[in-house]
Write a protein that binds this ligand. Structure first.
Ligand code: SAH
Ligand code: SF4
Ligand code: F3S
Length: 459
């Protein structure tokens, strides 16, 4: 860690000092993946233990924290937009601004040097240091930087501070050793390390006792999970056996080393959802080689074959368009494979060069923005057609749905997901169903993203 004097010294008292609230008030926003959402729960827990309080109202806050993502350039730009808002407010009445997470780790000193109003920068492995750094900034106007990556930190003993709800997630491992050439994650989250299974099972039991009905196990490549005799398949089954849990999901398994035991667990265990996120990225062998993904188109297809032989397991995927040197014909191979595999859902991204990555060092980012954009839109539109086709096939059938909350558009409607992770919306009407119930819904209508229906019967 290094502490340097603040560029604009000013004195700060807690906003709360004149009221009956004790401690400093913190407002926090989270960007990025589920792992970052989970980390925000850890950060809240670490800070509350030291007397900080959290407020949903930014005007009330002494401290503004951003938990950031660095995966693509637009993630950066979004943060800069948000930071600008608080820069002005900070001038009016001192505020401490902290940037956490992947972008803090990735840009480090550079961010402190070019953004004088950022007081504290803390990377994903250094959250235990955050309370001290913030206190230093609040009370001694010192800037703080903590971006050491750790080979051991798993935050295993920290109980995440959740916002409630029937969905819970647990990070079972941190970091990534795969170094796919396009990806910044190995640099922002460091080396792979697995959390001990006992602490994971304890957390699953605690979640169940707090009303969580669906748990998602998180890791950048869950296939790499190892702790003594434990591998990921064994862990998954044990979490699925925790009483009270109705559904288990996991993300992501890497196609290069998908273990047969994991497939067996998905196929056999009734609680483990029959949906696998299997990021393809590209279906062209030259692109896959350049991306350093560790599998060929044929190997990926063999894995899909093995999965489909096990029964009705649906696949979702991630795709990157316009990676270095991608020709029209190479892009077409990805399009054609999408047509063949008909994923339930696909997340399609425009390639965004990230500093320090292997691709940034080795290959020119030579596909124009326009071509990248066209290819991306083409795949997004195509996937919409495919998803619509899957969803329309469900009209007239009944699906089991976990009630997860009110629909976005109306509190007179429930929202939940099918086992295959498709959103379902239906009227509450006079039914006695409650949040967390698994109910049967008769499907009457479908869009590419949502199924609409009527409640059928209790489960
Ligand atoms: N560990 C996960 C992926 C995490 S990042 C896995 O391997 O499955 C989520 C997705 O973001 C990736 O699958 C990839 O499709 C996309 N992505 C990562 N880096 C990117 C980049 N530089 N440009 C565009 N998309 C990227
Ligand atoms: Fe990135 Fe590849 Fe690791 Fe996923 S497996 S986080 S894409 S380096
Ligand atoms: Fe997640 Fe973004 Fe970091 S996707 S791991 S928060 S770079």
């Amino acid at each position: 860690m290094s502490s340097t004097p603040l560029l604009q010294p000013r004195s700060l008292k807690p906003v709360s000092s004149s009221s009956d609230r004790a401690g400093y008030q913190v407002y926090m926003e989270t960007f990025g993946c589920q792992m970052n959402e989970y980390d925000t729960e850890l950060v809240r827990s670490i800070m509350k233990a030291r007397g900080f309080q959290f407020t949903p109202v930014d005007e009330e806050a002494d401290v503004i924290l951003f938990n950031t993502c660095a995966i693509r350039e637009n993630a950066h730009n979004r943060l800069y937009g948000h930071l600008a808002r608080y820069k002005a407010r900070k001038k009016e009445r001192g505020l401490v601004i902290g940037v956490l997470g992947c972008m803090a780790q990735n840009l480090k000193q550079e961010l402190l040097e070019t953004r004088s109003w950022i007081d504290v920068l803390v990377g994903p492995d250094a959250y235990r240091r955050l309370p001290d750094l913030l206190t230093d900034a609040l009370e001694h106007q010192r800037r703080g930087l903590a971006v050491d990556l750790s080979e051991f930190e798993t935050y295993a003993q920290i109980v995440p501070d959740r916002n409630g709800g029937v969905n819970g997630w647990i990070a079972v491992m941190r970091g990534c050793d795969n170094f796919c050439s396009f990806c910044v994650v190995p640099y922002t989250r460091g080396r792979e390390r697995s959390r001990d299974p006992e602490s994971i099972l304890e957390e699953a039991q605690r979640l169940a006792s707090h009303g969580v009905r669906q748990i998602t196990l998180l890791g950048q490549n869950v296939n790499s999970y190892r702790s003594g005799e434990w591998d990921f398949a064994r862990l998954l089954v044990r979490v699925a056996d925790v009483p009270g849990i109705q559904r288990i999901r996991f993300t992501s398994p890497h196609p290069k080393d998908f273990p047969p035991a994991l497939l067996e667990a998905v196929a056999q265990h009734p609680i483990i959802c029959n949906q696998i996120h299997l990021p393809l990225q590209s279906a062209n062998d030259r692109m896959l080689e350049r991306m350093g993904r560790g599998y060929t188109r044929r190997e990926y297809l063999n894995l899909v074959d093995a999965i489909q032989k096990k029964g009705p397991i649906v696949l979702t995927t991630d795709l990157i368009c316009g990676f270095c040197g991608e020709t029209d014909a190479e892009f077409q191979e990805t399009y054609d494979l999408m047509k063949e595999l008909e994923y339930q859902a696909a997340f399609v991204f425009k390639y965004s060069e990230r500093k320090h990555t292997i691709a940034a060092r080795k290959y020119p980012d030579d596909i124009s923005e326009q071509v990248k954009g066209n290819r991306t839109n083409q795949l997004i539109e195509f996937q919409k057609e495919i998803s619509l086709k899957h969803n329309q096939a469900l009209i007239g059938t009944e699906v089991d749905v976990l009630i997860e909350g009110n629909a976005k558009k109306s509190d007179q409607q429930w929202m939940g997901h099918t086992e295959h992770n498709v959103t379902v919306v239906w009227p509450k009407e006079s039914s006695t169903h409650l949040l967390g119930d698994l109910v049967s819904v008769s499907i009457q209508d479908a869009t590419p993203s949502t199924l609409y229906g009527m409640p059928h019967s209790h489960k």
